[in-house]
Design a protein around this ligand. Structure first.
Ligand code: SF4
Length: 237
């Protein structure tokens, strides 16, 4: 059995440690890996998509705010009741905070999230004719909305590839694949953008997230079953 480069120096894939024993050094090397990863994961996960249930941009915005420090599965358990009671910005803007808190309590940080939801809805009503804006600059002015949430909305509700959503899975995979050693989400996004074609930015996040949830697990990546193991500098095979 071939001993992996990562294992040879005593590292184990983990969430925090990048585990890139021999990072690709040039942009061309990284682009070659990126190209293979995109193609193989597209084939592996043809149905990859946003796993937050939603029917429109407003619902996705609410669900994404609720997804902070919470699983998509948990968010999907509370949003049917939330959307049934507050189907649009106007109704949510007028909601009693304690009523929202009761519905979203199980997602954690429910008081802060309630504040963000009501503040976001009021901003939509007062500044955006009750519609969700379609630019990053406008989205990030909404309460509870940062660059990551804005990219989720633009890419999934409006099919606008403005950036790459970098969550914990994308961070871990980007480092393990040797595409970046940046320590934070903003730096990782900036490193990934030039490596992938713009029209793939939204789907790329889903592909990496799906792979991170199913194969490249945080604690015990299933490298022997991984379709990109031959190009991954962290592969333990
Ligand atoms: S080979 Fe695949 S599962 Fe293993 S670390 Fe690389 S991307 Fe993750």
């Amino acid at each position: 059995m071939r001993k992996s480069r990562a294992k040879s120096i005593g590292e184990k894939p983990s969430q925090k440690a990048p585990l890139v024993a021999h990072s690709p050094r040039t942009k061309a090397d990284k682009q070659a890996i990126a190209s293979v990863v995109l193609e193989r994961l597209r084939t592996e996960y043809p149905d990859a998509h946003c796993e937050l249930n939603h029917r429109n941009a407003f619902e996705l915005l609410c669900a994404t705010i609720l997804s902070a420090q919470c699983t998509d599965v948990r968010v999907n358990m509370v949003t049917p009741a939330l959307f049934a009671r507050y189907p649009d910005a106007a109704t949510l803007a007028d909601a009693a905070p304690e009523d929202i808190e009761e519905i979203i309590r199980s997602t954690g940080f429910f008081r802060a999230k309630t504040k963000s939801l009501v503040g976001m809805a009021r901003a939509l009503v007062t500044s955006h004719n009750s519609d969700v804006p379609r630019t990053l600059a406008q989205l990030v002015t909404l309460p509870g909305v940062g660059r990551k949430t804005a990219n989720v909305i633009l890419g999934n509700a409006f099919s606008i590839n403005e950036g790459i959503v970098v969550d914990t899975h994308v961070q871990r995979l980007a480092r393990r694949l040797g595409l970046t050693r940046e320590p934070d989400a903003v730096g990782i996004e900036q490193a990934l953008l030039p490596l992938f074609p713009r029209d793939s930015w939204a789907i790329l996040s889903h592909l990496l997230i799906w792979h991170g949830r199913r194969v490249c697990l945080a604690r015990s990546p299933k490298c022997s079953a991984c379709v990109v193991r031959d190009v991954c500098p962290s592969a333990e095979v």
